[in-house]
Design a binder for this molecule. Structure first.
Ligand code: GLU
Length: 375
């Protein structure tokens, strides 16, 4: 029921298509898969739905064209492979979609584009304009120019960020796995499919499933992306992309794959925090602070509740907040640098000015600048 409610009314979709659906090893591209995806996208368009595709496969196709074996770890070579493979990848999708009368457009993004507000607003406007023109934006990371250390890393995360920022109604993460299993189904015959994940469910023990040489993500990346999207209020499904009419059936509420029930939608600033790049550092808080923060109408984070500071960051950065058991509580924008928090942790707020030599805000993270995740 929960699934049906969320998916049957979706008007704007982000669909992430993994490398292994399009290409495997040295085999030729899977034209049949591409054709059935394109047919479904065309059908959705006829019904007035908007689809944005986030596609992977540039590195794989490029590596194959260049005759490189195995996983490519050297940065320049990976970027070269992406430069060779991206036009081929795009060509495959363009051909498939145009056979069904759908016009497609390419957008290549770096993590820096999405982290810079002015650039991101431009991108969003471009996507909106394309959708208004009934074109299908096809997005991939601009792997050839991405700077090491600030890449999206895998397209599951990119898809979640795109879905959040264009206010999609649903995110489908399609790969060659039927969904999240209780164990790796390729190794454990007892593994069963998890049909629904609710906010706050502890799924960390699932999903430690192998990553193939074709793609970067695997199940852990999908779970992290799903987590980000549901925090932003977007329902997510992880499903097998080659399942017949998978998009159409999911939108009818059919129980395929693993459905992630979303939390409350987040507004502007909080959405920004939830989709920020990797947090710049971590604050470990005590049990009292964990309880105070875990409450939805909860408190701000004060110095007294902070036990430990990890990493080096500046005031204004997004950091992760962990409980005493190191379980994630949420993320927020800090009012103080890591060095300052190391000096004021465990102290009453009225001591802070004396120690730092200047008066600042009472709280290390104000509630309005915090997104709470795992209760
Ligand atoms: N952007 C990469 C590519 O197109 C894929 C990253 C991933 O495997 O998710 O090859």
């Amino acid at each position: 029921m929960e699934r049906k409610q969320h998916l049957t009314n979706a008007r704007r979709l982000v669909v992430k298509i993994g490398t292994r659906l399009v290409a495997r090893g040295t085999e030729p591209p899977d034209f049949e898969f591409l054709d059935q995806m394109a047919r479904q996208v065309a059908r959705l368009r006829e019904r007035g739905l908007q689809t944005v595709l986030v596609v992977s496969g540039a590195v794989h196709l490029g590596r194959r064209a260049l005759g490189l074996q195995g996983r490519v770890e050297q940065v320049a070579l990976r970027q070269a492979a992406a430069a060779v493979g991206q036009p081929e990848l795009m060509h495959l999708y363009l051909e498939a979609l145009s056979a069904h009368g759908v016009l497609a457009a390419q957008i290549l993004l770096t993590a820096e584009d999405m982290a810079d507000r002015a650039r991101y607003l431009r991108i969003r406007n471009t996507v909106e304009a394309l959708l208004e023109q009934h074109a299908v934006p096809i997005i991939n990371e601009n792997d050839s120019v991405s700077v090491e250390g600030v890449t999206f890393g895998e397209n599951d995360r990119l898809a979640a960020i795109v879905a959040a920022k264009i206010h999609a109604d649903a995110l489908f993460l399609l790969s060659d796995q039927a969904g999240l299993h209780t164990a790796d189904p390729r190794e454990n015959p007892e593994a069963s499919l998890v049909c629904i994940v609710r906010p706050g469910d502890d799924i960390r023990h699932y999903g430690a499933q192998a990553v193939g040489s074709e793609s970067r993500g695997g199940m852990p990346a999908k779970l992290a992306a799903a987590q980000m999207a549901i925090e932003c209020g977007i329902p997510v499904v992880i499903a097998h992309g080659a399942e017949e009419n998978v998009l159409l059936r999911l939108l009818e509420g059919e129980p395929l794959g693993t459905f992630f029930l979303p939390g409350e939608p987040l507004g502007g600033r909080k959405l920004w925090i939830a989709t920020a790049r990797e947090p710049a550092g971590r604050l470990i808080v005590d049990e009292g602070a964990r309880r105070a923060l875990g409450n939805p109408d909860g408190a701000s984070l004060l110095p007294i509740g902070i036990v430990e500071v990890e990493g080096e960051f500046h005031a204004g950065d997004v950091v992760e907040v962990l409980g005493p058991d190191r379980k994630a509580i949420g993320r927020g924008i800090v009012n103080y640098s890591a060095a300052e928090i190391r000096r004021i942790k465990r102290l009453h707020s009225n001591k802070v000015a004396g120690i730092l030599g200047h008066t600042g805000p009472e709280e290390v993270i104000h509630r309005d600048n915090m997104v709470v995740t795992g209760e």
